[in-house]
Design a protein around this ligand. Structure first.
Ligand code: NAD
Ligand code: MG
Length: 390
């Protein structure tokens, strides 16, 4: 039996992970499941998967969680610290699928224990890539990418020599507003931004797909995880979301990874690695699909792509600023404080503000320093939001 934990178990990635695990309950011993507000789901899954512990990030919901778990034998816990502690419980494999920078500390804690980390939480690599990878190296722990593009790249690189890689191309569906006239984007509503043409995902990443911040973060994620230079990473708009990424080699070959837009593929690949096992995903009928379409991304429509490149160029802690500024801007958009296109402006202002402050970008990358810069960037973004709103 493999001991597994799922951080962010109630979310879209978490539920897809549970779907795979629940199909073969005899193979898994579930240690910890974590969630935040959806206590009913968390308790339901913890009981049916016989988890050792269920943890909610929200301390005010501990009594609700205890009540929901009553008599089941599943332990209840609450709070950010309890989530990080649950990640240190002995396990063979842990899914990191909390959304946002909140996933960083528990992921690091799991790596320090030597637990293989299936990483969906791209924010960890965006805000602290060097720290995460160094922790994995020094603790001899494996990180398996779960973002679909990065799983695709990882698979295309099996048996290859990184020295022969010329470029990496990650695809983007273009999100909800791919074909909107640019001048209509400032009026885009929360509802419109929250529906994705191809993927069924959490609300935040869905909006990030419409603004292209998701792809912007994935460029940084690619740069960090695969240790390739920013100018070796390209983005290609591909409306069908079936070619997830391509790796270009020095002999001109492109190795593409093709599959249906179903996260259970990337999750399953990380779950069964290094083996491939049957997965309950659709088998593509390419003749029926007929054609794949590709086009260059329009950087005027999606300034997030430029901001990601500027963040990589600045280096150091700028990734943490970029990510936190984006999280705060997204909060502002969800709360109705700013319009859709203001998000990129807010992120840019946060980056400029923190860059102008003393020594923060060049600070040593420790967890405490990342969290401090994260805090500063959110404050700067909130100030920008207030200014714009006022
Ligand atoms: P989601 O919003 O559906 O779920 C997020 C999970 O995190 C939930 O379990 C929630 O309870 C928990 N959570 C939220 N805030 C928290 C906090 N402050 N502390 C602790 N837990 C908290 O998100 P998702 O779509 O499943 O995405 C999860 C991660 O995976 C993100 O980093 C996202 O970018 C990445 N990802 C998602 C997809 C996808 O298809 N959904 C694809 C690629 C990558
Ligand atoms: Mg992705």
């Amino acid at each position: 039996m493999r001991r597994v934990s799922i951080l962010g178990a109630t979310g879209s990635i978490g539920q897809n992970t549970i779907d795979l695990i629940a199909r073969a309950p005899e193979e898994y011993d579930v240690v910890a499941l974590t969630g935040a507000t959806n206590i009913k789901q968390l308790a339901h899954d913890a009981i049916r998967l016989r988890a050792d512990v269920a943890v909610t990030a929200d301390e005010t919901r501990l009594d609700d969680l205890r009540a929901a778990l009553h008599g089941s034998g599943v332990e209840a816990a609450a709070g950010t610290q309890a989530i990080t502690e649950s990640a240190t419980r002995s396990a063979d494999w842990i899914m990191s699928a909390i959304v946002g920078a909140a996933g960083l500390a528990p992921g690091l804690a799991a790596l320090e224990q030597g637990t293989t980390l299936a990483l969906a939480n791209k924010e960890s690599l965006v805000c602290a890539g060097a720290l995460v990878l160094e922790t994995a190296r020094t603790c001899g722990t494996r990180i398996l990418p779960v973002d679909s593009e990065h799983s695709a790249i990882f698979q295309a690189l099996i048996g290859e020599d990184m020295a022969s890689v010329e470029r990496i191309i990650i695809t983007a569906s273009g999100g909800a507003f791919r074909d909107w006239p640019i001048e209509d984007l400032p009026q885009a509503t929360l509802d419109q931004a929250s529906s994705h043409p191809n993927w069924d995902m959490g609300q935040r990443i869905t909006i990030d797909s419409a603004s292209m911040f998701n792809k912007a973060m994935e460029i940084i994620e690619t740069h960090e995880f695969f240790d390739v230079q920013p100018d070796q990473i390209e983005v290609l708009v591909h409306p069908q979301s079936m070619v997830h990424a391509l790796v270009g080699f020095n002999d001109g070959a492109l190795m593409a990874h093709v599959g249906p837009p179903d996260m259970r593929h990337a999750i399953g690949f990380a779950l069964h690695h290094p083996y491939r096992q049957d997965l309950p995903v659709e088998r593509l009928d390419l003749a029926a699909i007929g054609q794949f379409e590709f086009r260059a991304p329009d950087e005027a429509r999606w300034p997030a792509l430029r901001l990601a490149r500027e963040a990589m160029q600045a280096g150091g802690m700028m990734g943490a600023v970029f990510n936190a500024g984006k999280e705060a801007a997204l909060d502002g958009f969800i709360a109705g404080q700013i319009g859709f296109t203001r998000m990129a402006e807010v992120v840019e202002e946060a980056m400029n503000t923190v860059a102008a402050s003393d020594g923060h970008i060049a600070a040593t990358m420790t967890l405490d320093n990342v969290l401090e810069v994260d805090h500063l960037a959110r404050k700067a973004a909130q100030a920008a939001i207030q200014k714009k709103a006022g």
